[in-house]
Design a binder for this molecule. Structure first.
Ligand SMILES: [Fe+2]
Length: 390
């Protein structure tokens, strides 16, 4: 990845890096060619800093990123892995298999049978896990690769619904478990949508879109005939596509008419869809997805729920590459005290552009004088790195 830094001419000797643009005198002579390594220039042209200043050049932009290759980044991520708790793979896969089973039963017999009971138990287990280690919801990408999208999506929406419920009604475990259960079943009606519509890459025709939309009503009917009576779960299934401005479906409810449970599920559903990798689109990072949801929250979502999402995901989720106020660069490894705005950062490059000693960790929660200047793009998270203009 590329890290650019404007450096005072008098401090050039402190940095390792390459000149980003040709530095030319007002008379047209080339003083510093683009791409030259600054240390090599300083050694071979001893009077260069004086010459630069004589021409009124007091700073030079250097590319100091060679200190942080993608390989380095991946190494850091590997090292911090134990600090970031991951939802136990067995629990994730068991849930996915159970959702799969429920869908199969629905398609074959039109009823959830035993599956509903098992899934409710599983929802309670997941809620426990999430309340113990909220960071696990940030690590869901790991199970995406190997399983079918709909089921993985159901697991993620279930976890996020449970977590958001916990944020909105702290301490109410029963509510969180019901929301997790609702999230696991929210797309139940998709069992009735033909595979070719469900998995069509790219744009749906108008007719196909109508069929797709029918999943919310089908889901509601299927859940009721299967004996689900919890209105929270039923409203998640039926109303998770309602929008704050009334432009959603199937009932066109707006604002407070939309049950709170469905408003929570709407945010969880969209967040997971944006961060998922699909055949036809690259995933967004958590940070990008939250910003996008915040932008459309006026029209689409309940702002209280969006705020809860922001607090749960944080501006700088683990794995985000950030530049701190002292210009050091590192990778976010988590946050103590649940303050996701002031994370702990594994520093790779210090403020002078030099490699930081192995294992340098800055805890912004404890070091109030430092702050995150900006997030650099998310290398190593499956998102193609886009160069930032500095
Ligand atoms: Fe849906």
């Amino acid at each position: 990845m590329r890290v650019l830094k404007e450096v005072d001419v008098d401090e050039l000797h402190l940095f390792r890096g390459r000149v980003v643009e040709d530095v030319v005198s007002s008379g047209g002579s080339l003083l510093l060619p683009k791409g030259s390594e600054i240390h090599a220039v300083l050694e071979s042209v001893p009077g260069i800093t004086r010459t630069l200043k004589r021409w009124g050049i007091y700073s030079v932009v250097l590319d100091i990123s060679f200190n942080l290759s993608e390989e380095d980044f991946n190494k850091i991520i590997e090292n911090i892995e134990p600090k970031v708790r991951v939802l136990e793979a067995a629990l994730a896969h068991k849930t996915i298999a159970q959702v799969d089973e429920v869908y199969r039963r629905i398609s074959e017999n039109g009823s959830l049978g035993e599956g509903a009971y098992m899934l409710a138990k599983q929802a309670a287990l997941l809620t426990e896990e999430v309340s113990r280690a909220p960071q696990i919801i940030l690590c869901l990408g790991r199970v995406r690769e190997s399983d079918e999208y709909t089921f993985v999506h159901s697991l993620n929406v279930g976890l996020l619904c449970g977590y958001l419920a916990g944020r909105l009604k702290p301490g109410d475990r029963e509510f969180a478990a019901a929301m997790t259960y609702g999230g696991l079943l929210h797309d139940l009606g998709k069992a009735k949508v033909p595979q070719e519509v469900l998995n069509k890459p790219g744009r749906l025709s108008e007719d196909e879109y109508e069929i797709m939309k029918s999943h919310s009503v089908h889901g509601d009917e299927l859940a009721r005939t299967s004996g689900i009576t919890d209105v929270r779960v039923l409203s998640v299934i039926r109303n998770h596509h309602e929008r704050w401005n009334g432009r959603g479906y199937p009932d066109g409810f707006q604002r407070d008419e939309i049950p709170l449970f469905a408003r929570i599920a709407a945010v969880a559903d969209v967040f997971d869809a944006l961060t998922a990798k699909r055949v036809y689109k690259d995933p967004l990072s958590s940070r990008e997805a939250v910003s996008m949801i915040m932008e459309s929250s006026e029209a689409d979502f309940d702002r209280t729920v969006v705020r809860a999402l922001l607090l749960s995901v944080g501006l700088y989720p683990p794995g985000t590459m950030v530049e701190l106020s002292d210009f050091s660069v590192g990778v976010v490894i988590g946050a103590r005290n649940a303050d996701l705005f002031r994370p702990q950062v594994h520093i790779s490059v210090d403020g002078k552009g030099r490699r930081a000693p192995e294992g340098t960790i800055v805890d912004l929660g404890a070091q109030q004088e430092l702050f995150v200047r900006r997030a650099l793009d998310d290398v190593g998270k499956g998102v193609a790195y886009k160069e930032k203009a500095v």
